[in-house]
Design a protein around this ligand. Structure first.
Ligand code: NAP
Length: 517
């Protein structure tokens, strides 16, 4: 069986000691192993701080953008192989796998284009020059320069392709050498991508640690950045890690999120906006088997309309075949790990104690094309909450699987926003309405609780990617429970990896520093 190697200090190293086996979550067949330790991480940091900083740091944005373009091209060249790995190791259908792999390539391409646009410089202006003295001679200007440390990326199991690329697009374009650590259980896609990327990048620009983190954080120092995606439990541990605290290491957290979707009181389910709402709910429940941090978990519909919504959801979900995701007729695969399987079933049981069944019972399902008793399968589940605002398990616990809960409200936009707030901070929430006044009231009250608000309407329905898709041009992250982090968002995505400095002095000197005459 393949023993996955880490790429550290410029070479591939297999580590040593006990091993963890990576499996196919549909069949539980072993696919590969990783060593649980035995890596020289201190040297890896040193290598990033020396070779990585020198080689990558000395390039301009345009040159770094060209590197990112070559990474996107490498993904396209190995697309079928990567899709097959995502299906085998992630429990992804082909569609799910494309979402991860093509999404990764698209994000890299976006940042490649941004690099070209930023051009032959390595310093960015932040805003316009400011007069700070008596006359225009004495000026002020904020600038961004790259941080002189190491970017450490720790990713969740659900997006091994996109997760690698969305973080890397920003850190490499900003000029920070990066050590990336994927979740162990689904590391095959990330590992293969780094095999493809490594020869295309300058020495030290990208290193990979597969297997448990071990002493990864013990070598952090001033100027370093940690970008983490995963559970709030692991995030809490990172927030109090002594190296992060002692060295003021910048920490970006993308964690759990109880995203809400609200059906506006003006929307007929048979309208274009109503159809968009239903399609988005069903897509978010079943795409990646509901294992998207942005998936809709909580739904509000106008009181008296619940039964129409339930009927439409039953109708759509009833046609979805669950089973071996390598089969063409299967629309939803298993969850990614045995641990996730247990956690999702436990989460459904907790919800079931406070809600009524609408579809799928408590998640038991007979998967198609799978050996009896094998695989980490959960069927799609819809629950009904009588009083969603005060349903504790609904608003306090993220069930990271194909599960959503629907409840009624009186159509009031402020109430809907208050429901969004009950999630204590989310990555995204969505509202479906063609009533602009209602939407304006909702946005004003809900925006402080969400990193992104998706406003579904008849005018955009035909070109909408749905709320579950994080776009490179828009911020990804959310307040409160969602971690308080911010990634992507075009040029904003670089800020995590750069230092903002206020310059004050002779206005003409400031202008010339930024390439002006
Ligand atoms: P997790 O258990 O917290 O693991 C996330 C990552 O942290 C993995 O790479 C894991 O490595 C690593 N890790 C675990 N312990 C660590 C430690 N002591 N030091 C350093 N790294 C450590 O989360 P998960 O179960 O993979 O992911 C599911 C959660 O992620 C869900 O709650 C979901 O909401 C959230 N998520 C959020 C976003 C977002 O963008 N906000 C996106 C996707 C997922 P090992 O795998 O080796 O243990």
């Amino acid at each position: 069986m393949q023993l996955l190697a880490s790429y550290l200090s410029g070479s591939w190293s297999q580590g040593s000691g006990a091993r963890t086996t990576l499996v196919n979550p549909a069949t539980e067949a072993p696919l590969a192993e990783v060593a649980n330790g035995g890596h020289d991480l201190e040297s890896a940091y040193r290598y990033a701080r020396t070779a990585g900083t020198l080689e990558l740091g000395n390039l301009t944005f345009a040159q770094r953008g060209a590197l990112l373009a070559s990474l996107a091209k490498a993904i396209h060249g190995a697309r079928e192989e990567l899709l097959a790995l995502a299906v085998a190791n992630g429990g992804n259908t082909r569609g799910d796998a494309k979402f991860d792999i093509d999404g990764g390539a698209m994000t890299l391409s976006y940042y490649a284009d941004l690099g070209a646009k930023l051009g032959a410089t390595s310093v960015l202006a932040d805003g316009e020059p400011i007069q700070v003295g008596r006359t225009a001679r004495m000026g002020g200007q904020h600038v961004w320069t790259r941080r002189r440390g190491v970017a450490v990326h720790i990713n969740a199991f659900n997006f091994p392709g996109w997760g690698l690329c969305e973080k890397l697009g920003c850190s490499l374009l900003a000029g920070m050498p990066t050590i990336s650590k994927p979740a162990t259980a689904t590391a095959l896609v990330t590992h293969r991508m780094v095999e493809l990327f490594a020869p295309l990048l300058p020495p030290g620009a990208l290193q990979l640690l597969v297997g448990p983190a071990g002493a990864l954080l013990e070598h952090l120092g001033p100027g370093d950045v940690v970008a983490f995606t995963g559970s709030s439990g692991t995030a809490s541990m990172l927030r109090t890690h002594s190296k992060i605290l002692d060295h003021g290491v910048r920490l970006n957290v993308e964690a759990d999120s109880l995203n809400a979707a609200i059906l506006g009181p003006d929307v007929d389910l048979t309208s274009e906006t109503g159809g968009l709402f239903l399609a988005d709910v069903v897509r978010d429940m079943t795409q990646k088997t509901g294992q998207k941090c942005t998936a809709i978990r909580r739904v509000l519909v106008p009181a008296g309309r619940e039964s129409d919504v339930f009927e439409a959801l039953r109708d759509r979900l009833g046609g979805i075949a669950v089973g071996d995701p390598s089969r063409e007729d299967v629309r939803m695969g298993p969850v990614a790990t045995a641990q996730q399987h247990e956690a999702v079933l436990a989460g459904i049981a907790r919800l079931a104690a406070a809600t009524e069944e609408v579809f799928g019972g408590t998640g038991q399902v007979t998967p198609v094309g799978v050996p009896a008793g094998k695989g980490f399968f959960v069927g799609p589940v819809v629950r009904a909450a009588e009083d969603p605002m005060w349903c504790e398990p609904l608003n306090d616990h993220e069930v990271f699987g194909p599960v959503t809960t629907v409840g009624p409200y009186d159509g009031d936009a402020e109430f809907a926003a208050e429901f969004v707030a009950r999630g204590h901070g989310c990555l995204v929430s969505s509202a479906y309405s063609d009533d602009r006044d209602w939407v304006a009231s909702f946005v004003t009250a809900a925006a402080p609780w969400a990193g992104r608000l998706y406003l579904g309407s008849s005018k955009m329905a035909a070109q909408s990617p749905g709320p579950g898709t994080a776009l490179p041009s828009l911020l990804h992250g959310g307040p409160g429970r969602a971690g308080g982090g911010q990634e992507l968002g075009g040029e904003r995505g670089l800020e995590l990896y750069m230092q903002r400095t206020a310059l004050e002095g002779d206005a003409s000197v400031l202008k010339s520093l930024l390439g002006g005459g």
